[in-house]
Design a binder for this molecule. Structure first.
Ligand SMILES: [Zn+2]
Ligand SMILES: [Zn+2]
Length: 348
């Protein structure tokens, strides 16, 4: 199958909550960054949906919400119909269920957030790991990656050279993701958590402007049909559903454009694609293709089973497992696929 690939930013805040910029400015920045879509997720609100959601000269702006309890458990609620307010919620299960009831896609945001005293960014990790029914998690949060080593000494350097602070998903997050995927499908996405805030003590300095962030960490969505420029609603649903299926991958496109990456396979004459969940039969062949030579790694249940510098690798597998791929460029994580799930068949 050949895919229609669309590139976009997820988890962006505007002035409708605590972001530093207007939606107009975000749209302009997205055009400059040549994005196909931006998903706004302001805290506890769908404000701006009536005015802004839709096509803007080839850019699809989607207005969703970040459910943001003060204790943590932040949750990206995509495609919900009505605003969900849970500022005071102590448990996540009720709003996870509500997102599902409204037909939305729910994603755990910055699952292992960390407090940094310097900034108006508070510690908001996921607490309720007993909760069930979420669709995915942010396995790479740009903001929490950038902020993790920040001190007064490193701040000026990382403000000028943000990419020096970026190391990739936290090992703790990937380990949790791999663990969850062993028992059920949990898709992985990246989030910017873009705020473009001013520094409190140097108000003329903006932290991570949208114009920069939108060129960095992106979700690439693969669709069977092209987006419909005449129907925002159909196009938005197509993006949400592709995320729900796991028909997407993460690209750190600042270092190189990851467009064209593929992770696929065959098993018993059947095509396998990211997000597919099938009973394992006999033997499968998996293939990874990167748009430039890179250090490609294939993992089974979180453990590397192949690592090679190539632009294309193929591997035969003889056992069930959750298979995914990663690619590194110049020592930095560049691409992370969603898994192909080959589950033990009942009779085995
Ligand atoms: Zn948050
Ligand atoms: Zn956020």
């Amino acid at each position: 199958m050949s895919w229609f690939e669309y590139t976009g930013a997820l988890h962006v805040h505007s002035r409708y909550s605590d972001g530093g910029g207007t939606v107009e400015r975000i749209i302009k920045a997205a055009h400059k960054a040549q994005l196909d879509f931006v998903i706004l997720t302001d805290h506890e609100t769908l404000k701006g949906r009536d005015r802004w959601q839709g096509w803007h000269d080839g850019l699809l702006l989607v207005v969703d919400e970040e459910i943001s309890p003060w204790i943590g458990n932040h949750y990206l609620a995509l495609g919900i119909k009505n605003e969900i307010r849970a500022k005071m919620a102590l448990r996540a299960q009720p709003f996870i269920d509500e997102v599902r009831r409204q037909g939305g896609v729910g994603i755990i945001a910055h699952p292992f957030g960390e407090k940094k005293g310097l900034f108006p960014v508070l510690d908001r990790p996921w607490i309720d790991w007993d909760a069930v029914g979420f669709d995915g998690m942010e396995i790479w949060s740009y903001m929490y990656d950038w902020i993790k080593d920040l001190t007064l000494l490193t701040l000026p350097y990382y403000l000028l050279h943000p990419s020096e602070a970026i190391d990739g998903p936290r090992p703790q997050t990937l380990a949790k993701w791999d663990e969850l995927n062993l028992s059920r499908k949990v898709i992985g996405v990246c989030g910017l958590d873009a705020h473009a805030k001013k520094l409190p003590f140097l108000p003329f300095v903006e932290i991570l402007p949208y114009e920069y962030l939108l060129r960095t960490l992106r979700n690439h969505i693969l669709l069977e049909e092209p987006l419909d420029p005449t129907s925002p609603q159909r196009s938005i649903s197509a993006i949400h559903e592709a995320i729900r299926r796991g028909s997407c991958f993460i690209g750190y496109d600042l270092i190189a454009d990851s467009t064209g990456f593929l992770f696929k396979g065959e098993m018993a004459g059947m095509e396998l694609n990211m997000g597919d969940e099938r009973p394992f039969v006999g033997r499968a062949t998996l293939r990874v293709k990167t748009p430039a030579p890179a250090r490609i790694r294939v993992l089974r249940n979180g453990e590397p089973i192949l690592e090679r510098v190539e632009s294309e690798v193929e591997i035969g597998v003889n056992s069930p497992g959750v298979y995914r791929a990663e690619a590194y460029l110049g020592g930095k994580p560049w691409i992370l696929s969603n898994p192909i799930y080959l589950r033990p068949s009942r009779s085995a």
